[in-house]
Design a protein around this ligand. Structure first.
Ligand code: PHE
Ligand code: CO
Length: 297
C-alpha cells in the first residue's frame, strides 16, 4: 500500500457499515443524521428528561462513594470543580472552563466516530463526548461509551496540563500510525493508559483511566491485591504489544509513576516499534514476562 496517500475520505455510510460488522450487525445507538463532517452535533441539553438527570445523579453518587482514596487527586479535584453532581452537565459550560485551564474544548458527538475523525479532534485539543445516556438497566455495565463514561471519566483529566498535552500528542500519533500501519499497537496504548491506567502516588496506587473511573465494579477490583490480574510498571514497547480484553475486567494494568513519565515515554518516534512489532506475535492480556514485578501481590 502507498502509505503517503492514505485515503482519508470515509463516508458516513461506510463508517456505519464498518461498525455494524464489528458489533455483530447491531446498529450504532446514536443519531448520526445531524452530524457535520467532523461528526459534531448539538448537545441539545434541554431535551434530556428528568429521568435521565436522575439516572446521572445516581451514577455520579455511586462513583463518588467509591473514588476517594482510589482515584488520583488530579481527577477528584477537577471533577469537584466541574459541578457535575446535579444532572447531565451542559458541555458548553465545562468546555469554557476547560479551555481556560488547558486550551481543550469539548465537542458533542452522536457516539462512536471514525478513527481518523477521533484523532483529528484530539490533535486539535477537542475531546468528543457522546450526547446520549445509558438506560437504567445499563447502570452497571454498558458496551458503547455514553455521556457518563465520556464526560465523567475523561473530561476531568483534561484539566491536568501534562495529561492534556499527552492526549493531544496521542491524537497526532494516531494520524501518523494510520499511515505507518501501527493502529493496532497504538490503540493498545490508549486502552492501557487513557482508559485503564493506574498511577503510583505518595499515598499509594491510584486510578487515572476513564474506563475504570466510570465503572462501578472495576474501581474496587483493579486496586485489590491478590486477584488474577497483573499490575506492572508501564513499558511502552511492552504495552504496544499487549492484547486487551473489551468484555471483562482487565487482566493487566500498566502503572506509571507520573504523567510526565507518560508524556516523556511516548514522545519518541514510534515507527521503529511499529516496524518491529508488526512482524511478531502480541502478548496475551494476562502475561507476566520474566523480570516483570507484580506491584499488588
Ligand atoms: N511519539 C509517537 C509517534 O511518534 C506519538 C505518540 C505520542 C503516541 C504520545 C502516543 C502518545 O508516533
Ligand atoms: Co473512553
Amino acid at each position: 500500500m502507498d502509505t503517503t496517500t492514505l485515503d482519508t475520505t470515509v463516508s458516513n455510510a461506510d463508517f456505519l457499515a464498518t461498525v455494524a460488522t464489528k458489533s455483530d450487525g447491531a446498529a450504532l445507538r446514536g443519531d448520526y443524521a445531524h452530524a457535520d463532517e467532523h461528526y459534531v452535533v448539538q448537545q441539545n441539553w434541554a431535551a434530556y428528561t428528568e429521568e435521565e438527570h436522575e439516572l446521572w445523579r445516581k451514577l455520579y453518587q455511586r462513583q463518588m462513594s467509591l473514588l476517594p482514596g482510589r482515584a488520583c487527586d488530579e481527577f477528584i479535584e477537577a471533577l469537584l470543580q466541574m459541578n457535575a453532581a446535579n444532572g447531565i452537565p451542559e458541555f458548553e459550560k465545562t468546555s469554557k472552563e476547560l479551555y481556560a485551564a488547558t486550551g481543550w474544548t469539548i465537542v458533542a458527538v452522536p457516539g462512536l466516530i471514525p478513527e481518523l475523525t477521533f484523532f483529528e479532534h484530539l490533535a486539535n485539543r477537542r475531546f468528543p463526548v457522546t450526547v446520549w445516556l445509558r438506560k437504567p438497566e445499563e447502570f452497571n455495565y454498558i458496551v458503547e461509551p455514553d455521556v457518563f463514561h465520556d464526560f465523567f471519566g475523561h473530561v476531568p483529566m483534561l484539566f491536568n496540563p501534562v495529561f492534556a498535552d499527552y492526549m493531544q500528542l496521542y491524537g497526532k500519533g494516531g494520524l501518523k500510525a494510520m499511515k505507518l500501519g501501527g493502529l493496532d499497537q497504538l490503540a493498545r496504548l490508549y486502552w492501557y493508559t487513557v482508559e485503564f491506567g493506574l498511577i503510583n502516588t505518595k499515598d499509594g496506587m491510584r486510578i487515572y483511566g476513564a474506563g475504570i473511573l466510570s465503572s462501578g465494579g472495576e474501581v474496587e477490583f483493579c486496586l485489590t491485591p491478590g486477584t488474577t490480574s497483573r499490575h506492572i510498571r508501564l513499558d511502552i514497547e511492552r504495552c504496544l504489544n499487549t492484547l486487551y480484553k473489551i468484555d471483562s475486567y482487565q487482566e493487566t494494568y500498566f502503572v506509571i509513576n507520573s504523567f510526565q513519565e507518560l508524556f516523556d515515554g511516548t514522545a519518541p518516534d514510534f515507527k521503529p516499534y511499529y516496524d518491529k512489532l508488526k512482524l511478531g506475535e502480541a502478548f496475551p492480556a494476562n502475561s507476566l514476562l520474566p523480570g516483570e514485578v507484580e506491584l499488588l501481590p
